[in-house]
Design a protein around this ligand. Structure first.
Ligand code: GLA
Length: 786
């Protein structure tokens, strides 16, 4: 797995990939190769190229090495000031204000397994083969060491990297930039794929051709943000889901981050990821260390699909908390969009009763339960029940919920504080703010200074008491604003630029302690939806509320995009109301389910306003989800058609043993007279025989409008008061959609494809016609029978 040959070359290999580095004559650590696996060899010098003459006007690094300029060398760590004019990955200012450093190979160690990154989330060995390599580099002039830490997850095709900086000097140094990853590739024939977004429109896939110059994604919000997820992929320009090379990189971090790609004049493509150097510096005291977050990377020569599955496996086995790995997640009901802030115990219990009746397992009380919280202007920070709404407290409410046969879960937003709160009155200096400026508010609230350990202890005590009082089994941990007025009255003046990172370290400390002390609580992170859906949070909290948008048309994009990196086991998805509260689009209950069930299903709508039709449909959905829960939460995910470049999203999930699968088919707009469609399935056993059958799905016949008169013997008015007959029929009559059943072979389904029934084309309708409509969908269940 990690092999060092006599030529001072390091070969990190996984089942299908190789990552090769070399110590050059100059003692710089050069990147030679990352890609499809090649064998361990005693000599990789054929992978290294150098110039035979001076490289034009590039600066020579040193007289000792001919024609050698760092600007044309592929490096594993890049610094400024010794002939590399690219973006440095590490920048340090010494006590004498000099900024030049030059790190050369000194030693390395290899060991089995992995060490912990103290205070930071990280991948870990499970029952798999893991080996680590630490390469120590040393600056000849100042007494500073850099340790590059690589971990190799053999079976997962995953390599991780982070960096540690050690100050051996007898004086302080200032770190200005410390990127966890730097890889230089020798050409620029790649597309860059990233996940961009904003509130209720998270994780849209963006693809662009690399050009000379520097491009970066980042966050300055103190969250990883929906703007740019800390994920980047460099892919062959003709990459598809199944063919072509691609490299995926993801940073295990939840705060200000940066991902950078630079193509320099020599076509060297440099990729970096790490803490955002913007508004950051870190004063490293004598003999102290600074550890960067970890980057997880994978390479696939079999397209984007494999890249994603490598990430999914690593996240499921080597990142999320062990006690939640492959552990069934409850089907939940969340009160937020049903009642917002307007509730009391009676109202909640009525909803809970209906949730139970419909088959749900956990009741989540969202925002609004604490002291005086009737809208979003007050009370954050005071984690004590509002006794007007909850006269029997959380203890009373949760007991009653438990008696109904449901578990109890709760919403908290601990990092926040309202000006109108007891906490603010007591500790105004616990807030991130500048005394000489009016604080900008986000959702009417301020942020607590998570760099202050007193804040962390306060929150720990308050929250543990809430969790115990409420016999809480699930926590939705929210975070609803981005930072402004960046200043900590806890930190000394000269350390103010450490605040963004210290905020995250404080957060990790708090949630790390809570995770350990409340092992049985299922934590779901949220930040106005998917504003902090990142690998850092997933290390502590195994699932994330992917977006506040529950409209199925929007969600299919968000969930498709999320799947580039995140497995279904991490993705919270709810069935919301009609029309959707986010886009006011009309949609049907079946499509809302069909999208949301590919992930961790919940319902978040007013159950007391449901029609009979919807209640009956939901009962069937719940039954279906429970039956296929394992597959939908932990199956192997395949993308088939992208909503970002077609009118459909199609994906499927397959069990590990390939015995069963579910196919999700989603349409954006109904096309007139749509052609016959074929979908090529993936991941099945080519030799097996399968039975494919549509999920039993119902349509509200209201959608036929006056065409209903073609089917019933009497005249049904569809409008006005007389439309009441139409309404009554549609509310009570469960009109079954087309059912397609096929018995065939795996190879046929995958290579020739599954031929779908024709879509409605205005010329007639029977049970062999699919009426999908705008934002309609189908699910098909596939089971091996031989
Ligand atoms: C955020 C979350 C929502 C909900 C509200 C409550 O917006 O994303 O799901 O919890 O806060 O205030």
């Amino acid at each position: 797995m990690i092999y060092v040959n006599n030529n001072n070359e390091f070969h990190l290999s996984t089942a299908n990939t190789s990552y090769i580095m070399k110590v050059l004559k100059s003692n710089h650590l050069s990147h030679l190769y990352y890609g499809r696996r090649i064998k361990d060899r005693n000599d990789y010098s054929n992978l290294y190229r150098s110039y035979a003459t001076p490289v034009g006007n590039e600066t020579d690094y040193s007289k000792k090495c001919n024609n050698y300029s760092l600007n044309v060398t592929n490096l594993e760590i890049a610094t400024y000031g010794k002939s590399d004019y690219g973006e440095p990955s590490l920048q340090i200012e010494m006590e004498d204000n000099s900024r030049v450093s030059d790190f050369l190979y000194q030693s390395h160690i290899i060991y089995e397994g992995n060490k912990q990154l103290i205070g930071l989330p990280h991948t870990f060995q499970n029952e798999d083969k893991v080996e680590s390599l630490e390469i120590t580099l040393y600056d000849q002039i100042v007494d500073v060491y850099v340790v590059l830490i690589y971990k190799v997850f053999y079976d997962r095709d995953i390599i991780t990297r982070s960096m540690k900086i050690i100050n051996g000097e007898s004086s302080k140094i200032k770190i200005e930039k410390a990127m966890s990853l730097n890889i230089d590739f020798e050409n620029n024939n790649y597309d860059l794929i990233t996940l961009e977004g904003k509130w209720i429109r998270e994780k849209h896939i963006q693809k662009q051709r690399l050009k000379k110059g520097v491009y970066y994604i980042n966050s300055k919000r103190f969250t990883s943000s929906a703007d740019h997820n800390p994920f980047m992929c460099l892919a062959d320009i003709d990459v598809t889901e199944d063919y072509g090379s691609c490299y995926g990189f993801a940073l295990i971090y939840s705060g200000n981050h940066q991902g950078l790609v630079e193509v320099n004049p020599h076509n060297r493509t440099r990729i970096q990821m790490g803490i955002n150097p913007f508004d950051f510096s870190w004063i490293l005291d004598e003999k102290k260390e600074f550890q960067t977050p970890e980057v997880i990377m994978t390479y696939s020569y079999r397209g984007l699909g494999d890249m994603s599955r490598n990430f999914h496996n690593a996240i499921n086995y080597n990142l999320i908390p062990k006690q939640w790995q492959f552990r069934k997640r409850p089907l939940l009901y969340n009160s937020w969009e049903a009642v917002y802030f307007d509730f009391n115990e009676k109202k909640l219990l009525k909803l809970a009763k209906m949730a139970k009746e419909l088959g749900m397992e956990l009741f989540v009380l969202d925002d609004g339960w604490f002291k005086g919280r009737n809208d979003d202007t007050t009370s954050l920070g005071d984690w004590i029940e509002d006794n007007k709404k909850l006269p029997n407290g959380l203890a009373g409410l949760s007991s009653k919920i438990n008696e109904l046969g449901l578990q109890f879960g709760i919403w908290v937003e601990p990092e926040m504080i309202s000006k109108e709160s007891d906490l603010y009155r007591r500790h105004p200096n616990w807030v991130i703010k500048l005394d000489n400026r009016e604080s900008s508010l986000g959702r009417n609230q301020l942020m607590l200074d998570m760099a202050n350990p007193n804040v962390i202890s306060y929150l720990y005590n308050q929250l543990s008491s809430v969790f115990k009082r409420g016999k809480v089994r699930y926590v939705k941990w929210d975070m609803n604003r981005s930072v402004t007025d960046i200043y900590s009255s806890y930190l000394p003046k000269h350390r103010q630029k450490e605040l963004a990172h210290r905020y995250i370290l404080g957060l990790y400390d708090l949630i790390g302690r809570l995770k350990n002390d409340f092992e049985d609580i299922l934590f779901e992170s949220c930040a106005s939806g998917g504003n902090r859906y990142d690998l850092g949070m997933l290390y502590y909290m195994p699932q994330t509320w992917a977006s506040d948008n529950t409209d199925p048309g929007e969600r299919m994009n968000i969930q498709y995009g999320s799947s580039l990196l995140y497995p279904l086991s991490t993705l919270g998805a709810h069935v919301g109301s009609n029309p959707s509260h986010q886009v006011l689009r009309q949609n049907n209950i079946e499509s809302r389910f069909n999208v949301a069930c590919f992930g961790l299903l919940g319902y978040e709508l007013n159950l007391n306003n449901l029609s009979n039709f919807e209640k009956k449909a939901i009962k069937k959905q719940v039954e279906f989800y429970k039956k296929h829960r394992k597959l939908l939460q932990f199956g192997t995910f395949y993308r088939i058609k992208s909503p970002f470049n077609s009118n459909h999203a199609v994906w499927m999930v397959v069990s590990k043993d390939k015995d069963e699968a579910l196919l999700g088919y989603y349409q954006k707009l109904q096309e007139s007279n749509e052609n016959l469609e074929t979908v090529k399935l993936k991941g099945l056993d080519k030799n097996a025989s399968y039975h494919l059958e549509s999920r039993e799905q119902y349509m509200n016949i209201e959608r036929f409008g006056e065409l209903i008169n073609d089917y019933v013997p009497f005249n049904v008015k569809t409008n006005g008061l007389r439309g009441i007959v139409h309404k009554t029929i549609s509310d009570n009559y469960m009109f079954k959609n087309d059912v397609q059943k096929i018995d065939t072979f795996g190879d046929s389904l995958m290579y020739a494809g599954f031929k779908l029934l024709q879509q409605f084309n205005g010329a007639g309708f029977n049970e062999n016609v699919r009426y999908i409509g705008d934002f309609g969908s189908r699910i098909y269940y596939i089971k091996r029978f031989q």
